[in-house]
Design a protein around this ligand. Structure first.
Ligand code: HEM
Ligand SMILES: [Cu+2]
Length: 850
């Protein structure tokens, strides 16, 4: 399909007609306001605007930071003096596990995503993210899930296996209560919301940029978020698979990690650290992106070495995947691979170094404004460089053996995490606060808060390097008084209270502003150059500017006024709905007008029911848990039903000589992109299962069956035929839809569904006949796991095909309105391909290798 707009010149320089000198029609702005206004009263919970959900999201993450921080204070009090009895051993274990897990999964990752949800659309001058209800759902699932996770402490049921939960310590034998299940619960939520967030961010950055913002003009923060989202897509599936395997082992005793039956606890470490190492950069890169955005604004000059910084971000994202093994130096890995990973771990310091130099050069060459944000940035640079140095030290294998699991590591990791992400985030709070409610935070209180936090931080964590070198192991709840650690520990504890006081002061400052006590901020208080400082309301900017440089507000000082006057793209709401412009991923030419969904109860309720479902699973009310599960799915379908409206309007004029359609389907649509990103996640998870299969075979080939015990090859052929049939049926349905033959479409969908169902039953029957049981050996466990994975996909397809059929029957789908069908088609083809690959692996690999 060629777009009517395609004949216009590509948006490099500003089109002649912009800024448009014409007066805007009366009522245009009021219409925008009305369409984007917030529901009031209880219905406020139905809001989906990114600028509102983003604030809730940030606030919730900060709340979890405080709770996890209070646990840290309690631990420090316990360790202040030797042989203290404030916390007993078990409680201490729960505290450090909930602290570490809470900080990593419920604070650090969510807050960087939350800031992205809030800030990205503003920086891209988009009216909202592409899937607002999805972000609202992700937020609610996270909020409810996080609260239930922390509540497990009250019932003395909190996990206690450390934040990385190594089996066998966490297996049903050694951790029989439900404590470990609570960890898996908390992680389950963050997995859901992190992935939903990653889909939003990727599609948002690649498709909802303003016209003219080609990739080389993309704000550096958006680059960092794009890399971060990409890393989530390829890293989180590993931890999803790891937690699923552990949970299944705990529930059904399938031995993935139990050595006596051919499993291997090291499998956990591989999967966990394949995720866990990139995790550190998932946290750090967005923080670096914030820094790279604040530094030019505060130094009043463009970022030095912009292209190098982009390269460093992409490079870090890429290489950090190769480094997981450095967390396993002490596990007896062959020494050649040790040296390789050791060198690689040091090499990753290079891109961080590039960024540090770029920041220093920018600050050095500019006239720096000394704000509270600047102070936090300086603090960040200082602490982060020290943390990087100790990082290079522990990348040296013999040194790592010395300090492994000592307080040196605790000191290092807090230097990197607090220096690398907490300080930039606090700088960001001070820097971007005026966007929230038009008030400044107090520079005076901010100065105090910074010095308390900076001094407190160093007094807390610097002595830990020394106590670590003196041999103090991590994760001990107390220690005898004659080892020379007493003074160091007392100093650390005192420091942690100074740090806490600094955080408290920031809270006081924020509370003052919320209560209306802060100074009113001018429109662009720091004279920054990026688009988030355009005057904006719930619908973001009045009109969407044409971008011609990296710092549009510096290039065109008059831009705020022009944009407010509606002189750029999309000054009103031509279709009478919420909408934003979708541009081409590379050259940012306008492609279509995306209609955005508005407030709805679905996301809130779906989040609530999802939480209830997981909670009931955790306390082992398996049957009852089905009720909220069904309800959650129903809520999702309810909110989806009203979407996919089709091209119910003719193409619309968005200004600048562009007339664009209001609906596209196929690979151009944002929905197609969203599903493709989801399938990348799915495919990575499947790859992790294949890795699991091969890894378990390398450690215990003796539990693999020989050909005689395998189901016959006719089971392979039959299974492949059924999956193939399913794929063909979907293709046929797609063609029928293209010709508007609804009957054939429905038959095709039903046929595809029946074929998939039959395929899974057939595969299961084959395994069943061969007599292999899941609990019998590592082979049985992974073989059945692969079947279960297909069954899960068939369950998803049942819902999707049912939904698509319902829309066909309701007359909501035809040749020019097929986005819903396309989503089902992509998922269906993927599931069939995955089913076929799993079959080939299960049937052929043992025949070839054993
Ligand atoms: C705000 C001040 C903080 C203090 C005073 C603090 C203190 C502590 C203490 C005392 C431990 C236990 C060490 C042990 O017994 O082995 C610990 C562990 C840990 N902390 Fe913090 N922490 C703070 C902030 C953070 C932040 C912001 C993060 C991450 C973003 C973080 C991540 C961790 C992790 C991952 C562990 C390891 C938990 C485990 O061993 O399973 N901490 N912290
Ligand atoms: Cu690492």
């Amino acid at each position: 399909m060629t777009l009517p707009g395609d004949r216009s010149p590509p948006p490099g320089p500003l089109p002649d007609s912009l800024p448009s000198p014409l007066p805007r029609p009366p009522g245009e702005e009021e219409a925008l306001r009305r369409l984007w206004r917030l529901p009031t009263g209880l219905a406020r919970l139905t809001a989906v605007n990114n600028s509102v959900v983003g604030v809730w999201y940030i606030a919730t993450a900060l709340l979890f930071f405080l709770i996890a921080g209070l646990l840290a204070l309690a631990m420090r009090v316990q360790l202040a003096v030797p042989e203290n009895t404030l916390l007993d051993h078990g409680t201490y274990n729960q505290f450090f596990t909930v602290h570490g897990t809470g900080m990593m999964f419920l604070f650090a990752v969510p807050i960087v995503e939350a800031i992205g949800v809030y800030l990205l659309p503003a920086m891209l001058a988009a009216r909202d993210l592409p899937f607002p209800r999805l972000s609202a759902f992700a937020f609610w699932a996270y909020a409810f899930g996080g609260i239930s996770f922390f509540c497990s402490l009250i019932f003395d049921a909190a996990p206690d296996g450390g934040w990385f939960m190594y089996p066998p310590l966490t297996s049903f034998q050694f951790s029989p209560g439900i404590n470990a299940d609570f960890w898996l619960l908390g992680i389950g939520f963050i997995e859901i919301s992190a992935i939903a967030g990653a889909i939003e961010i990727v599609v948002g950055i690649l498709r909802t940029r303003p016209p003219g913002m080609t990739l080389d003009k993309l704000p550096i923060y958006a680059w960092s978020m794009l890399v971060m989202a990409g890393m989530i897509i390829f890293a989180f599936p590993a931890v999803i698979v790891a937690t699923a395997l552990l949970e299944i082992e705990r529930a059904f005793h399938w031995p993935f990690f139990i050595a006596a039956k051919g499993g291997d606890p090291l499998l956990w470490q591989h999967l966990f650290w394949f995720f866990g190492h990139p995790e550190v950069y998932i946290i750090f890169l967005p923080a670096a992106g914030l820094v790279s955005t604040m530094v030019p604004a505060l130094a009043r000059r463009p970022l030095v070495g912009h292209d190098w910084v982009v390269l460093a971000l992409v490079g870090t994202g890429f290489f950090s995947f190769g480094l997981w093994v450095h967390h396993m130096f002490a596990t007896g890995i062959p020494s050649l691979s040790l040296s390789f990973f050791s060198a690689a771990s040091m090499a990753v310091a290079v891109p961080s170094g590039i960024q540090v130099f770029a920041w220093i050069a920018t600050l050095g060459g500019g006239r720096v404004q000394w704000t509270t944000a600047t102070r936090f940035l300086m603090g960040f640079l200082f602490i982060f460089v020290l943390g990087g140095l100790t990082g290079v030290m522990v990348a040296v294998v013999p040194f790592d053996w010395q300090v492994h699991d000592s307080y040196f590591i605790v000191a290092h990791l807090h230097y990197v995490l607090i220096g690398g992400m907490v300080f930039p985030v606090f700088a960001g709070l001070y820097h971007w606060w005026p966007l929230l409610d038009g008030r400044m935070l107090s520079e005076r209180l901010g100065g105090w808060a910074f010095w308390l936090m900076f001094i407190g931080f160093n007094v807390t964590f610097f002595p830990m390097h020394l106590s670590g070198l003196l041999g103090m192991p991590r994760r001990v709840y107390t220690y005898p008084g004659d080892l020379g650690w007493n003074a160091l520990n007392l100093i650390s504890t005192a420091g942690s209270f100074v740090l806490a006081l600094g955080v408290l002061l920031v809270l006081v400052d924020m509370a003052r502003s919320v209560l209306g006590r802060g100074r009113r901020a001018p429109g662009n208080p720091w004279n920054a150059g990026t688009l988030e400082w355009l005057p904006g309301r719930l619908y973001a900017t009045r009109s969407i500017p044409h971008v011609t440089g990296r710092y549009p507000l510096w290039d065109t000082p008059d831009l705020p006024r022009e944009v407010e006057a509606g002189a750029h793209y999309l000054p009103g709401a031509p279709t009478g709905r919420r909408e934003t412009i979708v541009t081409a991923p590379l050259d940012a030419r306008p492609q279509y007008l995306m209609q955005l969904p508005g407030p709805h109860w679905g996301p809130f309720l779906a989040g609530l029911f999802t939480a209830a479902h997981f909670l009931m699973l955790t306390v082992q009310w398996y049957q009852a848990s089905l009720v909220p599960a069904v309800l959650a799915v129903a809520m999702v379908m309810w909110w989806l039903w009203g979407l996919d409206r089709g091209a119910d309007r003719p193409p619309q004029d968005i200004g600048g000589g562009w007339r664009v359609p209001v609906y596209v389907q196929g690979p151009k649509s944002h929905s197609w992109w969203g599903v493709v990103v989801l399938l990348l996640v799915d495919g990575t998870a499947f790859a992790c299962l294949i890795f699991t299969y091969l890894f378990l075979w390398t450690v215990s080939p003796e539990v693999w069956p020989d050909a005689a015990r395998l189901p016959g090859l006719e089971w392979l052929g039959g299974g492949l035929a059924l999956w193939m049939l399913a794929a063909l049926a979907i293709g046929w349905a797609s063609r029928s839809l293209g010709r508007d033959r609804q009957g054939a479409l429905r038959i095709g969908l039903l046929l595809a569904w029946l074929a998939m169902l039959a395929a899974v039953l057939f595969d299961g029957q084959a395994q069943f006949r061969s007599g292999v049981k899941g609990a019998e050996s590592a082979y049985g466990a992974i073989a059945w796991m692969l079947v279960a994975w297909q069954a899960f996909h068939v369950a998803v397809m049942t819902l999707m095909i049912g939904f698509t059929l319902a829309r066909s029957l309701a007359g909501l789908m035809h040749a020019e309105r097929r986005v819903t069908f396309d989503n089902t088609m992509l998922m269906g083809w993927y599931s069939a391909a995955q089913g076929a690959v799993a079959l080939l692996l299960l049937h052929l690999f043992p025949r070839l290798a054993v």
